[in-house]
Design a protein around this ligand. Structure first.
Ligand code: CA
Length: 229
């Protein structure tokens, strides 16, 4: 049974989320503040975290940073309507998805299931992808650039695999969004830009080095079939 950590300080919303996730067959742990959330995340090693960014005490984004420092656990952030900046920063910090309050608990369950489906799809039989010096062991969720292992979040991994499967193909942001969710969600294309920025930074920590992921202006992105500077 998958365990989900729900971090939410509003007891009514927390109960609602917990009931729906429970009914959907998940084990649910709940934390109402930052310290409890980080302690539970470390002790119980949940399979996914639902994180409200509007917490008392430490800012939800700080909690997110702490979580990411320790693990690549999938994270769905919950934000209030209008807090678009938080969503962008959350995605840049490595959130896998987000929902905006007020959201339907059914939608949240669907998002959770979508993330688990993606992760399971990544665990199909051994599947090695190579493009230039980038090597991806899809089943093992491992990415190497030359000799160096790269840590990616579940969403970053999914995007990279999508592009590396077809080097040279130009993907629109909409197509990359589809690859993440299987269904067309709100067309939130800046989220893709944030993820791509993270992947680039991780693949090419050296500024000015040739980019594996190229921007095709007015269209989207492609994974270079040959590297050029
Ligand atoms: Ca809150």
């Amino acid at each position: 049974m998958k365990t989900i950590l729900v971090v939410e300080d509003d007891p009514n919303i927390a109960r609602l989320i917990r009931d729906y996730l429970h009914q959907a067959g998940f084990r649910v742990l709940a934390a109402a503040d930052d310290n409890r959330a980080l302690a539970l995340a470390a002790d119980a090693e949940p399979d996914l975290v639902v994180l409200d960014l509007g917490l008392p005490g430490r800012d939800g984004l700080d909690v997110m940073r702490e979580l990411r420092r320790a693990s690549g656990v999938p994270i769905i952030v919950v934000t209030a309507r209008g807090e678009e900046t938080d969503r962008i920063v959350g995605l840049e910090l490595g959130a896998d998805d987000y929902v905006v309050k007020p959201f339907s608990p059914k939608e949240l369950v669907a998002r959770v299931r979508a993330i688990f489906r993606r992760l399971e799809a990544q665990h199909e039989p051994r599947d090695l992808l190579r493009a230039g010096e980038v090597e991806i062991d899809v089943a093992r969720h491992r990415v190497m650039v030359g000799e160096h292992p790269i840590e990616l979040t579940a969403t970053e991994f999914e995007l990279l695999v999508t592009m590396v499967r077809e080097p040279g193909r130009v993907f629109t942001r909409g197509q990359l969004l589809d690859a993440l969710h299987g269904v067309a969600l709100e067309s939130y294309e800046r989220a893709i830009d944030a993820h791509i920025k993270n992947i680039r930074r991780k693949l090419q920590p050296v500024p000015g080095a040739p980019q594996h992921i190229q921007t095709v202006y007015g269209v989207g992105y492609r994974f270079a079939d040959t590297l050029s500077s």
